[in-house]
Design a protein around this ligand. Structure first.
Ligand code: PEP
Length: 242
């Protein structure tokens, strides 16, 4: 099971990835098969090489079609061609900055289902929803209109990422994360064709809070943005979950 995912977003260069892998390999004491890194698409082959097939390389996004007039997009088939068989799907930045709708996210999951490919499907509530006690309602709506419409078999990781916790240094309490993870698991439990590989938490995870998060039996792992850019700090986080 993957327990620590580094989401590099729009960061990195040939030099930075080489340095990151050097630092990470030096400081990580755990099982490399539990680690995934999501670089910008162009760096997938370099990360495959630097990870020496021990670290999973994950895309940050993919399109729902193939061989189509969709300038700038990358398909599942292209990722497989680059020895990449995992992708983040539905990250809140894709939803909020690039206008991805629930319909598009559902189409991406549908495209992946039945293939030798695993999504890390992100869901989370906004600050307004959190403040007005609508977190569970928001998650329920996302699951119902995206994942639970699927009829095909799928192996999936779900990342619960409250939007207000991403890049802000603010986190829900462990109890709040656990309640949400339990709620999500219950919602999908009766859907036999959805094979949940792990429930990840994402949003301001750091070397300081990862030991406590890792002690929860309801948090299988973490999706990390900012703190994953530094090889040492990601190694500390990943070591807590390994
Ligand atoms: C993310 O963008 O998925 C994320 C969790 O970011 P950060 O760790 O910086 O909050």
């Amino acid at each position: 099971m993957i327990t620590s995912v580094a989401n590099w977003k729009l960061n990195g260069s040939d030099e930075l990835f080489r340095e990151w892998f050097r630092e990470f390999k030096k400081d990580f004491n755990g099982d490399f098969s539990k680690i995934a890194i999501a670089p910008p698409t162009l760096y997938i082959p370099l990360c495959n090489e630097l990870g020496e097939d021990k670290i999973t390389v994950c895309a940050q996004n993919l399109d729902f079609s193939n061989a189509a007039a969709r300038t700038g997009e990358v398909s599942l088939e292209m990722l497989l061609d680059m020895q990449c068989s995992m992708s983040i799907v539905g990250h809140s930045e894709r939803r909020n900055i690039f206008g991805e709708t629930s319909e598009m996210i559902h189409s991406k999951l549908k495209k992946i289902a039945g293939k030798n490919f695993i999504p890390i499907y992100c869901i989370g509530e906004s600050l307004d929803e959190y403040n007005s006690n609508k977190s569970f309602q928001s998650i329920e709506t996302q699951l119902n209109s995206e994942l639970l419409l699927l009829r095909e078999e799928i192996k999936i990781y779900i990342a619960y990422e409250p939007i207000w916790a991403i890049g802000t240094g603010k986190l829900p309490s462990i109890n709040e994360i656990e309640k949400m993870h339990e709620f999500i698991k219950k919602m999908i439990a009766s859907y036999q064709h959805i094979n949940l590989l792990g429930m990840l938490y994402g949003g301001s995870v750091s070397p300081d809070n990862s030991p406590e998060l890792s002690r929860s039996r309801l948090i299988d792992g973490v999706l990390v943005g900012g703190a994953s850019l530094n090889g040492n700090s990601f190694a500390k986080i990943a070591s807590s979950f390994s």
